[in-house]
Design a protein around this ligand. Structure first.
Ligand SMILES: [Zn+2]
Length: 255
């Protein structure tokens, strides 16, 4: 009987050891998988932003595939579940629709239409394009002016103030900003954090649209961190914008 008991005890110990080794193997495998999915970048890198491990003195940015999916897939500003591509296809063929680049010149200057016009009924709620953003400019003034680039009669690059009306400008993690103009109402404040479900305003007819004879629409612009606008049709997915602009707002490393 004595021998049998010791054998059983040894078998039990062996079983426990095998179980521990087995569990360890699984845990190590899962950790390896997680590590494979993480990319650590620095400030100077030309890529996307995610988290900031605060224990690290040097600012680091961790980008996961999940983050890229969540924060850089742009959707329609109308919360109608359209992807950005679908939105463009739906609204771009419209008899009123001034596309990006349409001339907006007069005797004093030459400039272009720096956004696209999305025709929806007046007072349609508008939302951010991505699931995270920061309000970087907002105005409740129906005659609000924005300084835009133009060419003067001498052919030099100049700037002119244009009446955008009530606006909301949102900065996204990728480092680009959207500008919504001609709104009838704005519901957000400067510096406010917003997500896909934040109703930031309502479409309207404020600003220079009043005298144009055009119906209510959302004038939407996309701008790089140097404030240069670009055609939204050509920028539907991340292609390597600068993240510096966004990081400045996050104030990484201050705490
Ligand atoms: Zn417009």
């Amino acid at each position: 009987m004595k021998i049998k008991t010791s054998v059983i005890i040894r078998l039990l110990i062996a079983l426990v050891l095998v179980t521990i080794i087995f569990i360890d193997t699984i845990i190590i495998r899962q950790l390896n998988k997680k590590i494979e999915n993480i990319t650590i970048l620095t400030y100077d890198s030309d890529s996307l932003v995610a988290f900031t491990p605060k224990s690290n003195n040097k600012p680091m940015i961790v980008v996961t595939p999940d983050f890229i999916d969540k924060y850089t897939k742009y959707q329609s500003p109308f919360n109608d579940d359209l992807t950005f591509n679908e939105l463009m296809e739906k609204y771009i063929r419209n008899r009123w629709a001034d596309q990006y680049g349409t001339p907006r010149s007069n005797k004093e200057y030459r400039r272009i239409h720096e956004g696209i016009d999305l025709y929806v009924p007046e007072n349609t709620p508008v939302y951010p394009l991505a699931d995270y953003g920061i309000v970087t400019e907002v105005s409740d003034n129906p005659h609000y002016l924005i300084q835009v680039e133009c060419t003067n009669p001498e052919g030099e690059i100049d700037s002119v103030k244009v009446e955008y009306g009530k606006i909301v400008r949102i900065l996204y993690p990728e480092g680009i900003e959207s500008v919504y103009a001609h709104l009838s109402e704005v519901f957000v404040e400067l510096g406010q954090e917003v997500n896909r479900n934040t109703k930031v305003g309502l479409t309207g007819r404020t600003g220079n649209i009043r005298n144009s004879g055009k119906p209510s629409h959302l004038h939407m612009e996309l701008r790089y961190d140097d404030n240069k606008s670009f055609d939204p049709r050509y920028r539907l997915r991340f292609k390597g914008s600068s993240i510096k602009h966004f990081l400045e707002f996050l104030k990484i490393g201050e705490n």
